[in-house]
Design a binder for this molecule. Structure first.
Ligand SMILES: *Cc1c(COP(=O)(O)O)cnc(C)c1O
Length: 228
């Protein structure tokens, strides 16, 4: 019951924020199930959730192995190049594309299978040493380089905001992300879309949505504190 209540509360808050947002766009909810048992994914699919996010390849692989395709899986964590092979053809989206080396590996695998892998470009919006993602100011040149990869479909941008309660600062960062998304959209690059701006977690998703996010990744607010 608690899970259902938590989820309903989150959905309500998403809807409320959407109504006050700069775009008014629908928001896609990614339920972040990291550290929780695979069983919980079954429970939330029964509650209507269609997308889950995991930040570790091993855990993602295990859960896909157990559950199969009952839900769309999103890789949202730092991805090592040598682990691409375990997930590239099983996920809905890789949200953490932030290096050319990683793009080369995804491209190589996808080309061999003749498939296209959806990716978001991750930006280190707070300029934090501890976070992955490319530097904000290098986004456009990175995107230019990615245009060569015909088996990677860039679908938008992703960011993890710094852990702070400074709303003004957070809003300014989310706004910068939105600006970048618009800027890239306006370039009309062939084979590239800016459908998604993935930003906002349990602590900051309302601000993120108001500033133009249309994909939020929420864990603890739905599932409670993580087990480890
Ligand atoms: C864990 C995680 C989230 C969700 O965090 P919560 O604070 O539990 O909502 C979102 N995005 C990424 C990349 C994560 O690793």
């Amino acid at each position: 019951m608690e899970l259902k209540d938590n989820l309903n509360k989150v959905l309500e808050e998403i809807e409320q924020a959407r109504r006050h947002s700069v775009t008014g766009q629908e928001v896609r909810l990614i339920a972040v199930t990291k550290t929780h048992e695979a069983e919980i994914i079954k429970e939330i699919t029964n509650l209507g959730i269609k997308d889950v996010g995991e930040n570790k390849v091993q855990e993602l692989k295990d859960k896909i192995g157990k559950l199969g395709n009952i839900v769309n899986y999103h890789m949202i964590g730092n991805l090592q190049t040598n682990k691409v092979k375990y997930i590239y053809n099983k996920v809905e989206m890789i949200q953490s594309l932030d290096r050319i080396k990683l793009a080369e590996e995804i491209e190589k695998r996808a080309e061999a299978d003749n498939i296209c892998v959806n990716c978001l470009v991750q930006i280190n919006i707070g300029d934090e040493d501890t976070k992955s993602g490319i530097e904000y100011c290098k986004t456009l040149s990175f995107i230019y380089d990615l245009l060569d990869f015909k088996h990677i479909s860039i679908r938008g941008l992703m960011a993890i905001a710094p852990n702070t309660s400074d709303e003004k600062y957070l809003r300014s960062l989310f706004r910068k992300m939105f600006k970048m998304k618009e800027k890239i959209s306006n370039e009309n690059f062939e084979g590239l879309s800016m459908d998604y701006l993935s930003m906002g977690m349990s602590s900051d998703f309302k601000l993120a949505i108001e500033e133009g996010s249309n994909m939020v990744r929420i864990g603890s607010k739905i599932f409670g504190k993580r087990i480890y």
